[in-house]
Write a new protein. Structure first.
Length: 420
């Protein structure tokens, strides 16, 4: 039989051990995503990376109940920001002088270290994961580009050696994951990240995106390689996928032909090289129409082309390319804004708009145009363009010579830097 005094001692011992475990902060590397540091490695973990990384540091005392309660909350922050920010902790029980020098008098306390030159500051909100997470995420640098109808082609074609990765989202602003990817040490030099909101319907339709979120990558000298991400929408798998096409040694400059030291600038971008149906302008005319083989099918508009018209012309292009594949003939498709290129409006004299012409730029400059009928009852649509091309291919089209065999002057357009 166990004596009462012995039972009491055992019970007290058990209570003492249980109480010690309940009141102790123990950060286990196998269970937690928090990185515990010391006074000795603070500079190597946090200070050294202030130029590029955001960090948070939880000051705790091992036997403080409030710190024990905060452990799980803070670990949620570490788990959610894993790989995106440094989420660290330091024991003020073990390093009291360090905590004192940091001005920490009570725990739990969290200091946030944004990227330089912003100063570190003490987190003043509720000691809950949601508040701490939001505050840290707010300071993750954002190197993404807001892609719009106006800058999309420049974004895709500038810096051709850098892959372009686009996030299509039903959110209004880039999520934390996307900001973190764009500011990752290697990626911020070697990859360009774009953000497209669901509301930007022109861009969504252009890339034929049907669901949100969707991540697309375009790469290659002419952005000819396209790939859709199919993995989990989480930081680490996304980073691994992007990293497959990121060259860590590549800087921001692109060597010119012959090993020169030219830098690819915004002005050097050739958006028409990646457009399904490029606009015919002074800058694009050589690449798009007047150099190389083939007839130029020019869709004429008084203003900008719509996505529906682009899709229609793209469909016709594919249809006729297939038909001509075994005949050695070639057609190049484009559009022209006659509200700007007024001299070409005088040259082509369309009976109504939209309209179209087929231009032969070789040897003798000549063109044939869409017939809108005696009463302009024929609209410039898919059927009338098909009829025009069938007539050209059948040898029944009547071509008109360009007077003096000299092209009209091109409109001078304001040079606007693409917003990148």
């Amino acid at each position: 039989m166990i004596s009462p005094s012995r039972s009491l001692i055992s019970a007290l011992a058990l209570c003492g051990l249980g109480g010690a475990r309940a009141a102790s902060v123990e950060i286990d590397a196998m269970k937690h995503d928090i990185q515990q540091i010391t006074m000795s490695n603070f500079d190597g973990v946090i200070s050294k990376f202030r130029d590029s990384a955001v960090s948070s540091l939880w000051f705790f005392k091992g036997d403080n109940k409030a710190d024990v309660s905060f452990l799980d909350e803070y670990n949620k922050v570490a788990a959610d920001l894993k790989g995106m920010a440094k989420v660290c902790a330091i024991s003020c029980t073990d390093w009291p002088l360090f905590c004192e020098k940091q001005g920490v008098k009570e725990t739990p306390a969290v200091m946030i270290y944004p990227t330089n030159p912003m100063p570190a500051f003490k987190y003043e909100g509720k000691m809950e994961s949601k508040g701490v997470l939001a505050k840290v995420a707010r300071f993750i640098p954002d190197f993404t580009t807001k892609v719009t109808k106006e800058n999309v082609d420049g974004f895709i074609t500038t810096d051709p050696t850098k892959p372009k990765v686009l996030l299509f989202s039903n959110k209004k602003t880039p999520p934390t994951i996307w900001k973190a990817l764009s500011s990752e040490t290697v990626f911020k030099r070697t990859v360009k990240f774009g953000f497209v909101s669901e509301d930007d319907t022109d861009i969504v339709q252009k890339f034929k995106v049907k669901k949100f979120p969707t991540v697309l990558m375009q790469r290659g000298s002419k952005a000819e390689i396209k790939e859709t991400y199919s993995g989990d929408m989480k930081f680490t798998p996304l980073k691994d996928w992007v990293n497959l096409h990121s060259e860590s040694g590549m800087g921001d400059k692109v060597a010119g032909a012959g090993g020169g030291k030219e830098e690819e600038s915004i002005e050097d971008a050739k958006p028409w090289l990646v457009q399904e149906v490029p606009e015919l302008t002074a800058k694009s005319q050589g690449d798009v129409c007047f150099k190389g083989e083939g007839l130029c099918v020019i869709y004429l508009k008084e203003g900008d082309i719509t996505q529906a018209e682009t899709d229609m012309l793209s469909g016709l292009s594919k249809k006729f390319t297939s038909q001509l594949s075994d005949r050695g003939a070639k057609m190049k498709w484009m559009w022209m804004n006659l509200a700007i290129e007024t001299e070409y409006k005088t040259l082509f004299e369309p009976a109504m708009l939209p309209s179209a012409v087929v231009f032969n730029p070789h040897k003798r400059l000549r063109f044939t145009k869409l017939d809108h009928g005696e009463d302009n009852e024929v609209e410039g649509d898919e059927q009338s363009l098909t009829n025009l091309l069938d007539k050209v291919l059948g040898g029944d089209a009547r071509f008109k010579m360009v007077a003096g065999q000299k092209l009209p002057g091109w409109a001078k357009r304001d040079v606007k830097k693409t917003e990148l």
